[in-house]
Structure formats: C-alpha cells, structure tokens
Design a protein around this ligand. Structure first.
Ligand code: DX5
Ligand code: ZN
Length: 218
C-alpha cells in the first residue's frame, strides 16, 4: 500500500499558511497535519482551534491535529473545528490515567484518538495505551520546529511499534512519522511499515511540490 502524506502547517512565513493549504488541495496529499504549539510543552506557539477551523473552511482534506500542548483539556474545540484525528503527547500528562481519559474523550467526541511519543521517551510507556488509539505518532525529531534532521534511530522504534501492534492484534492502528522526512529517507521509512509521513520543510522548500509528493509516493 502507498504511504500516505500529511503536509504540516508551518511554512516559513506563518501568514502564508492558508494560501499554502489551498495549494495542497490540488496535490495528491492525504491529510493536513495541524501543528498546535502552546509555548509550554514546546517553546514555540502556533495557533489554536480558531485557525484550525479556518483551515477546515478552505479544504476537504482530513485534518490531523498534533497537540504539542501541556495537559490538553479542551480537545472538543478541535473536533468541532473539523479535526478527524486528534493526537496528544504521552509526555504532556503526569500520569497514564489522564492520557487514557483524554483518548477516550476524543473517541467519544467522534474523532480518531492518537498518541505521540518523543524520540527519548522509552517505548514501554506507549504499550499500555495501544488498545485506546487509532493512530500512533512517532516523533523523529524533538517536537517544536520544522527543518530538523530525521533521527536515524527512529526507524528501529517504528519497527518495534509495528511489531508490538501485530502481537496485540492491533494491526489496524495507523503509524505516522513526524520530523525530517524527505525523498532521501522515505525508502527506509517505508520498509518499517509506517502508514503516514508528515512533511514540513521538504515540501515548503520544493520548487515543484507536485513532483516532491510523487517522489515520496512512488
Ligand atoms: C515538529 C512538528 C512537525 C514539523 C515537521 O515539531 O511536529 O510536524 O512541522 O516539519 P519537518 O518535516 O520540516 O521536520
Ligand atoms: Zn507535527
């Protein structure tokens, strides 16, 4: 199966974002990956539910919301804004019970619950919540900004997650990879069995964005 592509929402000039999303409508992309940063979980701040709604107004491409937010409480506003997948970070909460509670809330509100894991968080922290998610977002850079280099050790982590999902009979759970994805590392990422890749800098900086997508999908 072809890998799915999820362009992210941090073009170098934030004021260009909605125009960039409109351009994506004409390309062969599968999701829009909305990077929500709160200035607490990560240093940078991006936007919230209001702008997410504005994105939903200019595209029919499903929105995949990545909450780089400390203890996100109000997941409802993102689902109301049009998110079909909502990702929270394992590291954003003090204990696993709060993670599970939030994942159940996302599911109850009608979106696909998803959990993300940062590069240095032990994978064992992810295992207890696999039964509650429809997607796992594997960070291949430290969350916080676009344009960083893909951490090579992520390939083995993705393979281990896919293996664990198989052992648990959870093969339907999607695995998305976020950070530093480009035409040079895509073949190795595909070998791990990942389902979706996020692309930021690779696509913003491409001269021909249609060609850039083709290179990832072929
Ligand atoms: C990183 C964000 C990513 C970012 C990816 O904190 O979560 O979604 O936009 O951008 P690139 O592909 O440039 O690493
Ligand atoms: Zn992201």
């Amino acid at each position: 199966m072809n890998i799915k592509i999820a362009p992210s929402t941090n073009p170098p000039k934030p004021e260009d974002m909605l125009e960039y999303i409109k351009e994506l409508n004409a390309l062969d992309v599968d999701y829009i990956h909305c990077d929500i940063m709160d200035g607490k979980f990560v240093t940078a701040t991006t936007f919230g539910a209001d702008i997410t709604k504005k994105i939903a107004e200019v595209t029919k491409i499903p929105l995949n919301v990545h909450l780089m937010v400390k203890k996100p409480k109000d997941v409802k506003q993102y689902i109301r804004a049009g998110a079909s997948i909502v990702t929270i970070h394992l590291e954003a909460f003090e204990d696993i019970k709060q993670v599970i509670k939030t994942l159940l809330k996302i599911a109850k509100l009608g979106a696909i619950p998803s959990a993300s894991i940062k590069p240095n968080t032990p994978l064992e922290k992810l295992w207890p919540i696999l039964g509650y998610v429809g997607m796992v977002l594997v960070m291949s850079v430290e969350p916080g900004k676009s344009g960083q280099e893909f951490i090579a050790g992520t390939l083995d982590r993705i393979a281990q997650i896919k293996k664990k999902l198989g052992e648990l009979g959870l093969d339907d759970v999607l695995v998305e990879v976020d950070g530093g994805v480009n035409n040079k590392n895509i073949a190795d990422i595909k070998k791990t069995g990942a389902d979706i890749v996020v692309v930021g800098n690779y696509l913003y900086s491409a001269v021909d964005r249609g060609e850039a997508i083709k290179k990832l999908k072929k």
